[in-house]
Design a protein around this ligand. Structure first.
Ligand code: GLA
Length: 728
C-alpha cells in the first residue's frame, strides 16, 4: 500500500510486515525517514519531529554545513555537504559535479514497472514513482518503488534522464540508497569460489565502507549480489534483519558505509569501478532493480520472503508452480569422449530409472574433442556423431524421454570457424594478447550483429531438432572491457552493455522457443542471481556435486534463493571434485532439495544401485511440489556444527519434508544436538513422521524436537511428515 500525505509531505509504503517512510522537506530534499517493522500512520509526525525537521535544510538557499551529512537520503548526491558515498555522480560538460536533487512530483500507478532491457519483478500491487530534478545539471531522476501487500520485498530501481541539451557524464549510478539510523548490525555476505559457491560469512559491521562486488562481467562465484544486515541478536528464527539483493547479473557492487554518526548507508547497483556512461540529451539510463527485504522474525523469514518473491514474481511464470525435467546429463559420465555407443545405454537407463530428459553436454559441436576449440561453431561434430543429433533424439523418443543440449552461447575459441571469420567479435583490443581462460574468449555481446548471429546459430539447432531443454553455460569471466565498435566516450559502459546483450539474447531465445526449458549455468554457480532467474527458471548450482559440499552450498544459496532455482544432481563416487565417497542414498537425499537429476553413467551402476536410483526418482516425484514450492526452514547449520538439516513445509502446513546429513560422526555419548527442533508446522495439528514412528503435535515437534538418528560420516536421513487428520 502506498500513501502520500500532502499535509505532512510524507510517503508511507507498506508491505506485509514493514513500513518504509520518506519525507519531502521544505527545500525539496527527499529524506529517508524510516524502514522497519510496520508503524501506525500517526507515528510519522512523531518521527519527523524528532528526526527530520530540525536538521532539514529549510529553503533551497539555506542548505548549510553539516545538515546533509547527517540526514538520511533516498538517493545521495556528491559535492553538496553529504560526505558519505553518493548514489549518483554526474559531471556536466564543464566538468563540474555538484548535483542537488529536489523533489518535483510523484505518481502512483497500478502494477509493476517494466524495466526496458533489464530483468525485474513482473508483478506488484502498485508502484510509486518520485521525480527528482538536479538544480545544477539537467539530470532528472525517477525513483521507483514497487510495493505489494502480501510480501516483505520492496522492489526499487532508478532511471536517469538527461533533460538538457548537452551531454552529461554519469560516473556512478547505483540503484538504491537506504540510510538506517544506527549501525548495530552484522553484515552477512555469500562469498565463495568455483565449486564452493555462496558460503555465508557474518561479521560485525565496522566504521568505514564494506564493499562487496564483482568485476567479472558476471555476478560471480566469488561474491553473490546480495547482502543482509542482521541485528546482533538475530538468528534463523528471531530478530530483525534487512536484505539487499540485485536483480542483476553483470559487474555489480553493494556497499555498507558506517558514518561517523554511527548510521549505516546501504547502496548498490552497477559496479562503478571503470564505469561511466554518456547520457546524451533526452537519453534515459535505466538502472537495475534491487530487492529490499525486511524481516522481524529472523533470517529464515527473510529467506522465505525472497524465495517466494523470486519464484512467483521473477521467474518465467509458467515455471513458478510447475514440476521440472528430471535430467540425466552425460558430462561427468563421458566428458568429451562420447559416441552413440556410449550414450545410447545412458539414455536407455535414464528412461528405465524414471528420468524424463537426457541432456547432451559439452563436446557435440564443431571439432570439440577437448576444451580448446570450437566454441561459437554451433554445428554438429560429425567426427563424433556422424548422423548428427537425430539418432540420439530418436533413441530418447523410443524411450519416451526428452532430449536436451548444452550451449555456451557467449563464447568463442580462437580455434573455430567463427573466429577465423570474425576475429574482432572476440572481446579484446587488437594488438594486445588476450587474456585466455579455459582457452576461450568472450564474444562482444555489446554488438547487435554478434547477438543476432548467436541467436540465429543457436536458434537453427533448436529449430531443426526436437530439443526440449537447453543448458546455457558461461565458463569464464569477462576481461579486457573494450569493444571495437563503441566510441571512446562510451567504453565505460562496456560491462553494463555486455550484460544487456546477454539479457537481449536470453529474452529472444526464450521467447522464440517457449516450449524449451532453459537452465542457466556458469561453471556451476558463477551467475546465480535473480537477473538470470528472470529468463531461466533454474541454474546449475555448482559443479561441486559432493554430498557433503553440496549440503553447504545449497544451504548458503537458500539464504536468498528458492529451492526451485537450484539444479541438484547425483554424481558418481569418488566424487570428481573432491575425491570423497558418500553413500548413494545421501547423494540422492541432498539432490532432492531442489530440481533433482543425475550426472553419471547410469549404465555402469550395479543392479542394486539402479534400483536405488529408480526408487529415488519415484520418491522425489512424491515430494517435488513441496520441495519446489514449499517454505524452507534451515534447521541445523552445516557451517556451525557436525550436522546439516533442512526442511520444506507445504503452504497449508499439512505436509513437510526433512533432509539431514551427518557431516562428521561423533561417536557415543549424549549430545546437546541429539534433537532437531522442527519449524514451520502448525502447532495445533497432529503430524506423523513415518520414518521415526513418531506421532505428535506441531507444538511438540517444534518445541521439544525429534531425536536424530545415529549418523556416520555423510550419512543422510529423510523424513516425510504428514498431518494426521482426526477420524470422524
Ligand atoms: C561447466 C559446467 C559443467 C559442464 C562443463 C562443460 O564447467 O558447469 O556442468 O557443462 O562446463 O564444459
Amino acid at each position: 500500500m502506498i500513501e502520500y500525505s500532502e499535509k505532512s509531505k510524507t510517503f508511507v509504503l507498506r508491505g506485509k510486515n514493514y513500513a518504509y517512510i520518506m519525507y519531502v522537506g521544505a527545500s525539496g530534499f527527499l529524506q529517508h525517514v524510516y524502514y522497519g517493522k510496520a508503524l501506525r500512520a500517526e507515528d510519522t509526525a512523531y518521527l519527523l519531529q524528532t528526526y527530520g525537521a530540525p536538521h532539514e535544510p529549510q529553503t533551497r538557499d539555506g542548505w548549510s554545513d553539516g545538515c546533509l551529512n547527517e540526514l538520511p537520503s533516498e538517493y545521495a548526491f556528491f559535492g553538496r555537504g553529504d560526505y558519505r558515498e553518493p548514489t549518483v555522480t554526474a559531471a556536466r560538460q564543464d566538468g563540474a559535479r555538484m548535483s542537488r536533487f529536489c523533489y518535483v512530483s510523484h505518481t502512483v500507478q497500478k502494477g509493476a514497472p517494466a524495466l526496458s532491457g533489464l530483468p525485474h519483478a513482473r508483478t506488484a500491487d502498485e508502484t510509486l514513482c518520485i521525480v527528482l530534478q538536479d538544480d545544477f545539471s539537467p539530470l532528472q531522476i525517477k525513483l521507483f518503488y514497487a510495493v505489494s501487500d502480501n510480501t516483505d520485498i520492496l522492489a526499487r530501481h532508478a532511471e536517469l534522464i538527461n533533460t538538457g541539451k548537452e551531454d552529461l557524464r554519469i560516473e556512478k549510478a547505483f540503484s538504491f540508497c537506504v540510510d538506517l539510523p544506527d549501525d548495530a548490525f552484522d553484515i552477512l555476505r555469500l562469498h565463495g569460489n568455483q565449486t564452493m559457491e555462496r558460503t555465508p560469512e557474518r561479521m560485525p559491521l565496522g566504521h568505514g565502507i564494506t564493499r562487496l562486488h564483482s568485476l567479472r562481467g558476471a555476478s560471480s562465484h566469488q561474491m553473490n549480489p546480495f547482502a543482509a544486515l542482521l541485528r546482533r541478536d538475530c538468528t534463523e528464527t528471531q530478530g530483525e534483519c534487512y536484505g539487499f539483493q540485485l536483480v542483476y547479473s553483470g559487474s555489480w557492487a553493494i556497499t555498507a558505509e558506517v558514518h561517523n554518526a554511527d548510521t549505516v548507508r546501504m547502496q548498490g547497483g552497477i559496479n562503478d569501478t571503470a564505469f561511466n556512461a554518456l547520457l546524451a540529451s533526452g537519453q534515459t539510463l535505466v538502472l537495475p532493480q534491487a530487492l529490499l527485504a525486511y524481516s522481524c522474525h529472523g533470517l529464515g523469514e527473510l529467506s522465505r520472503a525472497y524465495a517466494r518473491f523470486i519464484r512467483t514474481r521473477i521467474m518465467p511464470p509458467r515455471w513458478a508452480n510447475a514440476s521440472r525435467p528430471i535430467v540425466v546429463n552425460n558430462w561427468e559420465a563421458t566428458y568429451f569422449d562420447f559416441s552413440y555407443d556410449n550414450l545410447f545405454p545412458i539414455i536407455d537407463e535414464a528412461a528405465e530409472c524414471g528420468a524424463d530428459t537426457f541432456v547432451l553436454d559439452d563436446g557435440w559441436f564443431g571439432k570439440r574433442d577437448k576444451d580448446d576449440s570450437s566454441l561459437g561453431d554451433w554445428t554438429v561434430h560429425t567426427g563424433k556423431l556422424p548422423q548428427g543429433l537425430t539418432p540420439l533424439i530418436d533413441r530418447c523418443k523410443q524411450n519416451n524421454i526428452k532430449f536436451g543440449l548444452w550451449f555456451e552461447p557467449e563464447m568463442i575459441c580462437e580455434k573455430s570457424e567463427l573466429y577465423r571469420a570474425h576475429p574482432d567479435w572476440a572481446i579484446g583490443k587488437a594488438g594486445q594478447p588476450p587474456y585466455r581462460s579455459r582457452s576461450q574468449l568472450t564474444l562482444d555481446l555489446t554488438r547487435k550483429e554478434v547477438v543476432d548471429h548467436v541467436f540465429e546459430a543457436v536458434g537453427k539447432i533448436l529449430r531443426e531438432n526436437e530439443i526440449s531443454y537447453v543448458k546455457w553455460d558461461m565458463n569464464r569471466s569477462v576481461s579486457e572491457f573494450y569493444s571495437h565498435t563503441l566510441p571512446a566516450e562510451r567504453q565505460g559502459e562496456f560491462a553494463h552493455r555486455y550484460i544487456l546483450g546477454v539479457y537481449d539474447l536470453a529474452e529472444r531465445l526464450t521467447s522464440a522457443f517457449p516450449h524449451v526449458f532453459f537452465e542457466g549455468c556458469a561453471s556451476g554457480g558463477g551467475r546465480f542471481d535473480a537477473g538470470m532467474l528472470y529468463y531461466f527458471p533454474q541454474i546449475w548450482t555448482s559443479d561441486n556435486t559432493d554430498a557433503y559440499e553440496r549440503a553447504r552450498i545449497q544451504w548458503g544459496t537458500s539464504v536468498c534463493y528458492p529451492l526451485a532455482a537450484m539444479s541438484c544432481h547425483v554424481s558418481a563416487c569418488p566424487n570428481h571434485q573432491t575425491g570423497r565417497t558418500t553413500p548413494l542414498h545421501s547423494r540422492g537425499a541432498i539432490a532432492s532439495l531442489g530440481a533433482t537429476g543425475y550426472e553419471l553413467d547410469l549404465s555402469k551402476l550395479t543392479e542394486q544401485e539402479k534400483a536405488t536410483v529408480r526408487e529415488q526418482i519415484r520418491a522425489y516425484k512424491e515430494v517435488e511440489t513441496d520441495v519446489l514450492q514449499g517454505d524452507v526452514y534451515r534447521l541445523l547449520d552445516p557451517f556451525a556444527g557436525d550436522r546439516f538439516c533442512m526442511m520444506t513445509v507445504r503452504a497449508d502446513k499439512t505436509a513437510a519434508y526433512v533432509v539431514g546429513e551427518g557431516l562428521r560422526a561423533v561417536p557415543n555419548g549424549y549430545r546437546k544436538d541429539a534433537f532437531v527442533r522442527l519449524q514451520g508446522l502448525n502447532e495445533n495439528k497432529t503430524y506423523r513422521i513415518a520414518e521415526c514412528n513418531v506421532t505428535a503435535s506441531g507444538a511438540a515437534l517444534m518445541r521439544f524436537g525429534v531425536a536424530l538418528p545415529q549418523l556416520f560420516d555423510y550419512q543422510c536421513f529423510v523424513w516425510h511428515i504428514a498431518e494426521v487428520r482426526a477420524k470422524r
